[in-house]
Design a protein around this ligand. Structure first.
Ligand SMILES: Nc1nc2c(ncn2[C@@H]2O[C@H](COP(=O)(O)OP(=O)(O)OP(=O)(O)O)[C@@H](O)[C@H]2O)c(=O)[nH]1
Ligand SMILES: [Mg+2]
Length: 436
């Protein structure tokens, strides 16, 4: 038998002053604590207006109390919400009271972890809770919302079903067959495994682009001084984020702006113009510009159409795509460029094409894959399934085939968090905020 879990408490709303603040409790003692704090005879699932007391019976606040008896609650346990005035001091007193009465502070994500452990959601859904909370664009939120409804599980259920069938086929032969004879089912199993591997791989390819909605994209704007990097960033951000002057060397440090491009969260990083400089401050700035480029998902190499020779000495960055952007197109009407995109930070011309190219770079050119939020972990899981299936050949002994089918199944189970994967759980729930 597992021991009774602790009763946990945390602030569920952001810290700071607000209209109201919500303290949430979950665990076997939650109802008893609610009684001690708010009094008896509260009907479940109904908002009750009550005085909220501390452990000595002194009134802390008055507010709304809602009881959610398990198992039909967020965590599957008894859950209590105490809604008080949004004063950090009062809410802290409420939390302290719950602790004095025997609750302990929740770890980050512990409410959702309990929901998962109690079978209220699968692991991909628990991750979707975090993705939903942290969504930076409406699209990202919509996809996370779909994931919360179990979209990934539905997507991989047919794969799991086929895997089970293949295992039954091969294991039945191992259990009952003549082991020294050649396997009768191996050719069929191997053929179907190959088909399944291709299906899983296709699924991975289809889902991959959607990852960017949760992960976001970092774009570094780099180039020679005065080509208009800061102007372009301001124009894309639709705000005066960076100082712009006609003097080369205006930007000396990294500047960041968070924007959305077609629902993709994009962080723009403006950098110091790159050139040979004796100036210590400028040199450090240029060094940082190089680091920013090295850490980007896409480098926008900004050039000046009126000064085609002004270029930055940017080192090769293997694996980081680069897009050449010719700025100040307004100064060179009628001129075309052979390599890259003509834009004007001044007039805004070419920016729609630039946004389309950025979206394309994210792998979302044709809008595929944007149905639910996808994490790298999911893609790697699918890769593991396909790899195990891909190892299967008709001329292998049946027990080897069975072993690879088992590995494929385990990779699939891990995707949804079925089975025992404690280290994985720790890593996932640590990424949550406290109170969720
Ligand atoms: N005509 C025209 N001028 C531009 C355009 N973009 C920027 N400029 C001008 O070019 C000059 C330099 O612009 P910045 O945005 O400061 O250039 P930068 O690349 O950030 O320069 P550093 O920070 O010094 O490296 C300013 O005078 C801008 O007004 C453009 O599209 N057309
Ligand atoms: Mg600048």
């Amino acid at each position: 038998m597992t021991p009774d879990p602790d009763t946990i408490v945390a602030l569920a709303t952001p810290s700071g002053v607000g209209g109201i603040g919500v303290v949430r409790l979950s665990g076997p003692r939650a109802m008893a604590l609610a009684e001690a704090i708010a009094g008896v005879d509260i009907r479940p699932r109904r908002a009750a207006h009550r005085r909220l007391h501390d452990a000595d019976g002194m009134v802390i606040d008055d507010g709304v109390v809602i009881l959610f008896p398990g198992p039909h609650s967020y965590t599957g346990e008894d859950v209590v919400e105490l809604q008080g005035h949004g004063s950090p001091v009062l809410l802290e007193q409420l939390i302290e009271t719950a602790r004095r009465l025997g609750a302990r502070l929740a770890r980050p994500g512990e409410f959702t972890e309990r929901a998962y452990l109690n079978g209220r959601m699968d692991l991909a859904q628990a991750e979707a809770v975090a993705d939903l909370i942290h969504a930076r664009t409406a699209t990202a939120a919509r996809l996370a919302r779909n994931s919360l409804d179990g979209a990934l599980a539905r997507e991989i259920e047919p794969v799991a079903a086929e895997l089970r069938q293949l295992r039954v086929l091969i294991e039945a032969e191992i259990d009952f067959g003549e082991t020294d004879l050649e396997s009768a089912v191996a050719p069929e199993v191997a053929g179907r495994a190959a088909g399944l591997a291709a299906r899983v791989e296709a699924l991975r390819t289809r889902l991959q682009p959607a990852r960017v909605y949760a992960a976001g994209m970092r774009l570094a704007l780099v180039g020679a001084p005065n080509v208009g990097k800061s102007s372009l960033m301001n124009r894309l951000a639709d705000a005066e984020v960076a100082i712009v002057t006609d003097r080369p060397g205006t930007t000396r440090d990294l500047l960041r702006a968070n924007i959305a491009i077609d629902g993709i969260p994009v962080e723009l990083v403006d950098t110091a113009g790159m050139h040979d400089s004796e100036d210590e401050v400028e040199r450090i700035g240029i060094e940082r510009a190089r680091d920013a480029a090295a850490g980007a998902d896409l480098v926008l190499e900004i050039r000046d159409m009126a000064r085609p020779d002004a270029r930055a000495a940017l080192p090769e960055l293997p694996g980081i795509p680069r897009l050449r952007v010719w700025n100040k197109a307004d100064l060179m009407p009628g001129t075309t460029v052979a390599d890259g995109l003509p834009v004007s930070a001044l007039t805004g011309s070419g920016l729609d094409a630039l946004r389309a190219r950025i979206r394309e770079q994210a792998g979302l050119a044709d809008g595929t894959g944007e149905r639910f939020s996808v994490r790298t972990r999911h893609l790697e899981g699918l890769e593991g399934v396909a790899a195990a299936l891909g190892r299967i050949h008709a001329d292998q002994p049946p027990d080897l085939i069975a072993e690879d089918l088992r590995l494929a199944e385990r990779a699939l189970e891990e995707l949804l968090g079925r089975g025992d994967h404690e280290a994985l759980l720790g890593a996932i729930f640590a990424g949550f905020c406290i109170g969720k």
